[in-house]
Structures are given as structure tokens and as C-alpha cells.
Design a protein. Structure first.
Lengths: 217, 448
């Protein structure tokens, strides 16, 4: 199996959700995200970003590991249960992802602020908060027992070819369009020239998106 | 060449030269118009699938000159006929050096003599012998070169046609906008005309004429109902030919076929945009209806959420109008992708909130309650599984799409649902404009 990106756990931190007039004004999970950021920093990660609010989807930050590998971490509160989404955002062989995930999983397990940690695959999605609460801590396998190194495979990720395909298609359409469609009146001729230019520029934008996929900031 | 004419009398020579000068001047005066007529006929033949052969650009002028001189004398011929030696302009078999048949030559028979090869010094000097070919170019057999072979190779033409069709698809989408603007202009002109007596009279006459022709058509089809079927079949076939590639005869050469299929591709793209616009219009009508009836539907919504297993306070909370930030589809708030493609460099771009949260980037379907939006978000966002509710609701369990066993949208369904309403409304407006207007004669370069 590949690295499971989802986890559910209980964290011994105060509930930081803010409510007013029966509605949620600030979603919780910010304090847990800060703690996790510190853990990643302790594991050798760098360039840890400020937290971003994703509204009802919680809080997110990203960081680097091993220089060029970029990861993101999202925390969503169902206090006292929290969901964690940990994914690699850069294109790589996936080995750094496995390495960091193993270090992080072990550290989280040893940290007394976190309990009942359940890792789930992308297909399974995060565990139901009620199921997390119902786990019997004593009967749970240790991280290395549940995920021995032989069980987790690195998954390589590559840039998509589609932005280039769309770019070439758009630029081709834009470049030849005005010459292919003939019309005696000026309004249409100008219209087709504008369409051609816009499609060509859109194609250039997709080309830049294609190039930008693998380009780290 | 002069020696070739030495056997003629001086009177004959003077007569020929005078005639040539008159004809030459007349043709020069007609040149621009002939070019246009020739090209129009060639385009028409390409659209109709008639194999009019014009191997050189100058052939178009010859075709135009012939048509201007005697429109009845011109009939399109195929390349095969051309290869057999049938003149595309005058319908006579013969190339320079070949004897002409009776009645076909543009040149009086008395002058229709076989020319001698010109000396290099005389090439640009008009001579009487040029009368043999004046107004037309010699019918040339395809050059036995690679490029010419490719130009007439059916497989290469088909490939060019396919490329043209694919290229035309994208162009058809914004072309719908051009036609929409044109429609708005027409409507404005019509509305403006109603403010003066002449405009009102024109509008009334137009309405009467349209009503008359409709009544005439209905009358004739009532008298001959069988024709109605053939009319429908003809319209259906025309519609299919106008949007489905390779259902019309192939053009004579690579460029002709490419242009032909490009036009069909643009039609298909425009038709697709209209279909999308109609669906958007339907969605727009539904959401306006939902907004109008939101209050009235409140009890039904509460009942729905209670049936899903929520307690009453939670059901009431979920039935309230949604006031959140919506779904950021094209560029997510994380700013790490565009249209689903990773774009890490985007994080460095300072996108202000008024752009990020604008209707260009946010999908927030109208007339939705809080619970409706959770369901919508679960279906379109593969990373959204649930949300927390206020602490005292639902026993602190929050809302979970998985618990409700909702299904996610996939592929085109997800793209459609996640597209901000602004774009769908624009497509609906363009499509509405198109459906109001009758099929019009435009884009002569593309089939309809």
C-alpha cells in the first residue's frame, strides 16, 4: 500500500472553535495545526508556512523536507477528535514522503498529547470521529507493527501532460482560426481575429501552467 | 513569334490586335470582381462537395471572368474531368496546343491558332498568340511531385480534415459569443427602429411577410403531408452534415478539406455551447425558483434533514440559507493549483480576496440551505468529507457525507457542478440569444 494520507486522533488541547448567534464564526483546529507544525520542524522540515483558514475544512500549512520536497498538512476539528490530511505536493519518487511519514507517525504516537491515532488510505477517507473515540487504546497496534516498512511503497508522482495538450490545441485553434473562417463582413472578421487572439493567449496560459507544475517556488 | 504571323495579311493582324486590346481592357476592368466571384464559387463548391478544380490561384480569376461573361456557361467539374481534359471554365476539351471544340473557346475561331513558344524577350509583351489562353490558364495535370501527391492524397486530406475539425471545436465556443453580440445588436437596431414610423412600418411588413410565408408553408404541407416528412429529413440531414465531421464530400486538396472541416468543427463547438447554455438555463431557472420558494420550502427541508437522522435543532440549523464562502473551484484558497493542475508558483502570487472570492472563482449555487451546500460540497470536492456543526447540535458529531452515504460526482459531472454560476449564466444568455434568432446565413466559409 501507499502512504495513507488521512488520520483521525484525539488531541489533548482546548477547543478553539468560536461561535456567535448559533453559527460558527471561526472553525477549530488552529491550535492542533500549530502543534503539528512544531513537530514537523523538529523532524527537520523547513520553510513552514503560516496557517491558512480553509473555512469549514479547517486549517492548513505547508513546508519543505529534504530541500525540495513540498508537503501540506490540514487539520479539521471535530473536538475532541481531529482529522489530519498529510500529502506531498511536489513531484518526486515518493521516497521522501514515506520517510517523513514514518518519522512523523512514530513521533505522533510517542507524543502524550495525541491518542487513538487511526491512519486511513485516500480511498477510505478520514475515520468517523465516533469510531476514533471508541477505539480501545490498549488493544491498538504500534505504528511500526501496523505499518512495517515492507508494507508501504513509495508512489512516484509526475506532472500532467494535459496542460500541454490543451495549450497546443488552443494555440493551434487560435492561430489558424481567423484564416479558416471567412466572412465578408468586417464585424465577423474582427470577431474571429479577437477569438483567435484570445484562444492563443489562453493556450499560452495553459503552457505556462504546464511548465509551472513542477517548478517549485 | 512575329514570324508565325507573317503569313497573315496586315488587315487581319490589325483587326486581331484591336480586338485583343479591347478584350484585354475589358478583362482588366473586371479583374477584381472576377477574383471575388471565382473565389465565392470555389468556396461554394467546397461546401457543396462539388469537385471544382482550381489548381492555381489564377484559375479562380479565369472562373470568375467566365462567370461574369456568361454565368450559364460555367459549371463546376471534378478533378477527374479536369484530368480528362475538360476545361473547367468553358467546358471544352483542350489545353494549349490542343484543338478546341466548337463553340467553347472564348476566342473567336478565326484567332484560335496554335501558339508558338514565346521567346524569352517577348514573354511579358502581349501578343496576339496569347489570345489562345487569355482569360484562362492552361489546365494543368497535377505535378508529379511529392507535395502535389500529398495535396491530393485522400488519407492526407482526411488527416488535415480531422485536424481542422479538432481545431474548429474551440473556436466554436467563443463564436457563440460573437453571434450573441450580433444578436444583441440586431435586437437593439430593431428596438430602435420602433421609435420611428419607417422602422415600425418595416417591422410590421416583416412580420406580415413572415406570417405569410409560414401560412403558405403550412398550407402546402397540409395539401401534401408527405412533403413534411421529407422536409424534416432534409433538415435533419443538413443539421448532421453541419456538425458531424466527414459526412460531406471531401475537399479537393489539403487546405480545402482542412477549411471545410474546421467550419464543421466550429459549428459543432457552437452547437455544444448552445446545449451547455440550455442546460445552464434550466439550472438557472431551477435556482431562481429555489430562491423564490425558499421560505415556503422550509418545513419540507426540515423534514428531509430529520429523515436523514438529524435531531430537530440540527435540522433547523441545516435548513437555514447558506451564507458561507462557497466552493473555490478554478483556483482553490490554498492557491496551489489552477483548474485542477498543480501550480506551486501560484502561492507566490498575491491574489486579493476580492478576486479569490469573486463570482469568477467561486461556485455558490443559488437558493441553497446550509445542509444543501454541505451535500453539494461533498459531491464536488474529493477532499471534503464533513464539517463540524455548532457544539450543541447533533450531539457534537458534526455533519458527514459518508455517514449519509452520499455519492460524489465524477469526471464531467464534477466539472459541470463545480463551474461557477457566472460562466453558466453567460452560456445560458448566449444560447438564449441563439435560440431566439432564426438560423441565419453567415460564415460563408463554413458549412451550416
Amino acid at each position: 500500500m501507499n502512504v495513507p494520507p488521512w488520520a483521525g486522533f484525539i488531541a489533548d488541547v482546548p477547543d478553539d472553535q468560536v461561535e456567535a448567534g448559533g453559527d460558527i464564526t471561526v472553525y477549530g483546529g488552529r491550535n492542533v495545526a500549530l502543534v503539528l507544525g512544531e513537530i514537523f520542524a523538529g523532524l527537520g522540515c523547513s520553510r513552514i508556512s503560516a496557517l491558512r483558514s480553509l473555512g469549514m475544512q479547517g486549517w492548513e500549512f505547508d513546508f519543505r523536507y529534504g530541500g525540495r520536497h513540498r508537503f501540506s498538512c490540514r487539520v479539521q476539528s471535530f473536538y475532541p477528535v481531529f482529522w489530519l490530511l498529510f500529502v506531498e505536493e511536489s513531484f518526486s519518487s515518493g521516497e521522501a514522503h514515506v520517510e517523513l511519514w514514518r518519522k512523523f507517525g512514530n513521533t505522533l504516537e510517542r507524543d502524550p498529547r495525541f491518542h487513538k491515532i487511526l491512519w486511513r488510505s485516500a480511498k477510505q477517507g478520514p475515520p468517523d470521529p465516533q469510531k476514533v473515540e471508541a477505539i480501545n487504546d490498549r488493544r491498538q497496534l504500534l505504528f511500526d507493527e501496523e505499518f512495517p516498512p515492507s508494507r508501504i511503497d513509495a508512489k512516484a508522482s509526475h506532472p500532467s501532460i494535459w496542460p500541454y495538450v490543451i495549450a497546443i490545441w488552443l494555440m493551434f485553434s487560435g492561430a489558424i482560426g481567423p484564416f479558416m473562417l471567412e466572412h465578408p463582413d468586417l464585424f465577423h472578421r474582427v470577431g474571429y481575429a479577437v477569438i483567435g487572439l484570445l484562444l492563443f493567449l489562453l493556450g499560452v496560459l495553459f503552457f505556462l501552467i504546464g511548465i509551472g507544475q513542477g517548478r517549485e517556488t | 513569334m512575329a514570324q508565325d504571323w507573317s503569313s497573315q495579311s496586315d488587315d487581319d493582324a490589325a483587326d486581331d490586335t484591336g480586338s485583343w486590346i479591347v478584350r484585354r481592357n475589358a478583362q482588366l476592368a473586371l479583374q477584381a470582381e472576377a477574383d471575388k466571384v471565382g473565389r465565392d464559387l470555389w468556396n461554394q463548391a467546397t461546401r457543396d462537395g462539388n469537385g471544382l478544380y482550381a489548381g492555381n490561384p489564377s484559375d479562380l480569376r479565369a472562373i470568375g471572368l467566365a462567370t461574369l461573361g456568361n454565368p450559364e456557361s460555367y459549371s463546376p467539374v471534378t478533378a477527374d474531368e479536369d484530368e480528362r481534359g475538360v476545361d473547367p471554365v468553358y467546358g471544352f476539351a483542350g489545353a494549349p496546343g490542343r484543338p478546341s471544340t466548337e463553340g467553347g473557346s472564348p476566342v473567336p475561331r478565326a484567332q484560335d491558332r496554335s501558339p508558338s513558344p514565346p521567346r524569352s524577350s517577348e514573354i511579358d509583351v502581349p501578343t496576339v498568340s496569347e489570345l489562345n489562353v487569355l482569360g484562362r490558364r492552361p489546365v494543368q495535370a497535377p505535378h508529379p511531385g511529392l507535395l502535389d501527391d500529398l495535396d491530393h492524397n485522400p488519407a492526407v486530406r482526411a488527416a488535415a480534415g480531422g485536424l481542422g475539425f479538432v481545431g474548429g471545436l474551440f473556436v466554436g465556443v467563443p463564436r457563440t459569443g460573437v453571434h450573441a453580440i450580433e444578436g444583441i445588436g440586431e435586437a437593439a437596431r430593431f428596438a430602435g427602429g420602433l421609435f420611428n414610423p419607417q422602422g415600425r412600418a418595416d417591422a410590421w411588413n416583416g412580420t406580415k411577410a413572415a406570417a405569410n410565408s409560414t401560412l403558405q408553408y403550412l398550407g402546402s404541407r397540409l395539401a401534401h403531408p408527405s412533403r413534411l416528412g421529407s422536409d424534416i429529413a432534409a433538415q435533419g440531414a443538413a443539421a448532421v452534415h453541419s456538425v458531424i465531421p466527414f459526412t460531406t464530400p471531401m475537399g479537393d486538396n489539403v487546405l480545402g478539406e482542412m477549411k471545410h472541416e474546421f467550419g464543421i468543427g466550429a459549428n459543432a463547438g457552437e452547437a455544444l455551447t448552445n446545449v451547455v447554455g440550455l442546460a445552464s438555463g434550466f439550472e438557472l431557472a431551477q435556482s431562481l425558483n429555489a430562491i423564490r420558494g425558499f421560505e415556503a420550502a422550509q418545513p419540507a427541508r426540515i423534514a428531509k434533514y430529520m429523515a436523514q437522522g438529524f435531531d430537530e435543532p440540527t435540522a433547523i440549523h441545516l435548513s437555514k440559507p447558506y451564507k458561507g464562502m462557497g466552493d473555490h473551484g478554478p483556483v482553490p484558497r490554498r492557491q496551489d493549483s489552477i483548474l485542477g493542475f498543480k501550480a506551486p508558483a501560484l502561492k507566490k502570487v498575491p491574489i486579493p480576496d476580492w478576486v479569490m472570492d469573486s463570482p469568477f472563482n467561486v461556485s455558490k449555487p443559488r437558493g441553497m440551505s446550509q445542509g444543501d451546500f454541505y451535500e453539494y460540497h461533498y459531491r464536488v470536492d474529493p477532499r471534503f468529507y464533513g464539517a463540524r456543526l455548532p457544539k450543541d447540535l447533533n450531539g457534537g458529531k458534526g455533519w458527514s457525507g459518508k455517514r449519509l452515504e452520499l455519492e460524489r460526482y465524477d469526471g464531467p459531472g464534477r466539472i459541470w457542478a463545480r463551474t461557477p454560476s457566472l460562466y453558466k449564466d453567460a452560456a445560458a444568455a448566449m444560447s438564449y440569444d441563439g435560440s431566439l434568432r432564426q438560423r441565419r446565413q453567415d460564415d460563408p466559409g463554413s458549412p451550416r
